[in-house]
Design a protein around this ligand. Sequence first.
Ligand code: HEC
Length: 436
Amino acid sequence: MPRFMIRRLSLVAAVFALTLPLAVRADDLDREPINYSTTADNNAITHLQSRIDKGNLSLKFDPKLGYLESVLKELSIPESSQCLVFSKTSLQRHRISPRTPRALYFNHEVYIGYCHHGNVMEATAVDAKLGAVFYTLDQQETAKPKFARHNDSCLVCHASSQNHGYPGNLVRSVYPDEEGLPILSSGSFRVDHTSPIKQRWGGWYVTGNAGKQVHLGNLIIRDRRQPEDLQLTANINLNDLSQFFKTNNYLTPHSDIVALMVMEHQAETHNRLARANFQTRQAVHDETELNKALNRADTYRSELTYRRIKSAGDPLVKYMLFSGEAKLTEKITGATKFAEDFAKHAKKDSKGRSLRDLDLEKRLFKHPCSYLIYTTAFDTLPIDVKDYVLRRLHQVLIGRDSSRDFEHLSEADRRAILEILRETKPDLPAYWREDA
Ligand code: HEC
């Protein structure tokens, strides 16, 4: 992409995504060992595309929703995962407003973005080597639909400083005006499972019940001069969004609070998995180069490299064990069968417990260890950081780590997670089985 284009996109990003320092590391992504834009992709979208290319699959086109339903079906993404965002914070912003929200759908390995009358559908897939990979699919009927891969035009926002310069997911909360434009002067929040409920869902629709817990969902700010002067109760605990937009333009009339919370958990887990992956490969690559230059054995690891691997792994361990998770003060109740659909992929132990069991009274999950531990993104972490992360997880779970980061985990929590993983994750290192 020509330089001036990048600059123009950066401007777009600055204005619309509120990403202050721009894609700071986008250049590094195209050097050894990452080679982001030239490395072949390998993920759920690549596999779907190859079925289309080989003639084993023809996607069905619907005059209203285009390829949406067919794509969701083939990727096993439940309709109930629909989350509706109406702030003009992403790519097709001219299509997005409180009357025409953007719909997102997800499962554990891919996210789909859909705009009403959008020219394209957007997708991010979690890739073994590349973290998040970005695609669009034209919403026009053709014999062989083609997911086109994009780099800079998406990375300008998705690999901005908000994602530490690495390709990843974005979830934000803003103060949206009547057009869906974020009111920048009021600030905005980057959202993950540590975000207090009261900061969440600005610019999003939310259905379901959060009791008395206030949040910024379903709020449209009519008076830009006094955005903080909000009545934070009329917007909560809604089940019907038809006062805001034509709900029958969408697959479901909902934007389930539980789906939103699960997405917020996993979007950031995916980001940290990708970062641990990239940073470790970079550290090992640098060491290998240095070993060559200094005539050292290629297996030599310096103290610095160990430190880099540790700092690549620690944020992932903390997040996967829900360190700093926002506390719930009242029960959260979903509006759809999302919870049921989500539980279908549970790996249960002999007592029927799984890492997908939702709690929703005090916290998101009953057993706070991310279910993304079962995914390819975890399994394909570079060996150095995977070993490190598994050792740290094990230490915490057997009670060898009593630091404040994990004090939210009771002895019973740790035991339950350990037992579930021992029974449901067969490829754990041998020391996980010992009861020392
Ligand atoms: C102007 C900034 C911007 C650009 C450019 C952009 N996005 Fe996004 N994207 C966002 C933001 C912000 C979100 C979070 C949800 C929201 O606010 O709409 C998001 C969310 C998404 C999601 C939902 C899951 C996730 O990864 O967070 C998908 C899928 C997505 N974008 C795909 C794409 C693709 C594909 C491209 C490039 C063709 C792209 N985006 C370009 C800002 C951008």
